[in-house]
Design a protein around this ligand. Structure first.
Ligand code: KIV
Length: 278
């Protein structure tokens, strides 16, 4: 049985911290799921860490659906959230509904995430009314990087802090089942977490959120273009991969790979006959 949004809310009520990770492909999703992560986000960070774009802005619905299907196929337990790309929920409520429905119907996700607070609350409400669970995302919203003028901490001034608290309340009121807080000062995250009943999931938002989310490629040390301050590398698979590939190259060049262990045999007399007759 998959984790439900109700169980995620209950984790907050019990004071149990909620780990969340991104995933973009079948194999990684399967490992993460088997390790017991309850929430998996097919993030539009896909654009940067898998597809090599400079930001999340070029990511399309078709790319997201393709990867969401793979993640869903790899998981049995986690609740899978599809991240709605830039401009797929801004133009109209109908557009938001149509694209969110694709994540659920075609992608097989159990929920969607979208960026924004009060400005998207009506859309969140409509999706929830139609039976689509929604995760909110406030603070640094990377799809608005050009408007925000960079990937910066949000909420440091009194006005910005009030705006963020109101955004969180608007999302809760609209029916979001959880809210990602990205690059929010720790004391403000703590206050927001106290003031809303739905779980907050932080990334660069301090230790007092109800849960934490990390980009899996940062956590495993797979993405090496840059390492965000809020990321912790629990492994450095970049080094492991490079060392393994260097070994492979060396063995192929030396003729020591493959050995008989990796080879298939057959009746040698057939080959002897073939060699004689050809
Ligand atoms: O796309 C993503 O990976 C995200 C997380 C950072 C929350 O939105």
């Amino acid at each position: 049985m998959r984790v439900t949004t109700g169980e995620i809310r209950e984790m907050k009520q019990r004071g149990e911290k909620i780990p969340m990770l991104t995933a973009y492909d079948y194999s990684t999703a399967k490992l993460i799921d088997e390790a017991g992560v309850p929430l998996i986000l097919v993030g539009d960070s896909l654009g940067m860490v898998v597809l090599g774009y400079e930001s999340t802005i070029p990511v399309t619905m078709d790319e997201m659906i393709h990867h969401t299907k793979a993640v869903v196929r790899g998981t049995k337990h986690a609740l899978v959230i599809g991240d709605m790309p830039f401009m797929t929920y801004h133009i109209s409520i109908d557009d938001a509904l149509r694209n969110a429905a694709r994540f659920i119907q075609e992608g097989g996700a159990q929920a969607v995430k979208l960026e924004g607070g009060e400005s998207v609350a009506e859309k969140v409400r409509r999706l929830v009314e139609c039976g689509i669970p929604v995760q909110g995302h406030i603070g640094l919203t990377p799809q608005s990087v050009h408007q925000l003028g960079g990937y910066k901490v949000v909420g440091k001034t009194p006005e910005a802090a009030v705006r963020l608290l109101n955004d969180a309340k608007a999302l809760e009121e609209a029916g979001a089942f959880s809210i990602v807080l990205e690059l929010v000062p720790a004391p403000l995250s703590r206050l927001i977490t106290q003031r809303v009943a739905v779980p907050t999931i932080g990334i660069g938002a301090g230790p007092d959120c109800d849960g934490q989310v990390q980009v899996v490629s940062d956590l495993l040390g797979l993405f090496t273009d840059f390492v965000p301050k809020h990321a912790k590398q629990y492994a450095r698979l970049c080094d492991t991969i490079k060392a393994a590939v260097a070994d492979y190259i060396g063995e192929v060049k030396a003729g020591s790979f493959p050995t008989s262990k990796q080879s298939h045999t057959m009746d040698e007399s057939i080959i002897a006959e073939l060699a004689r007759s050809s």
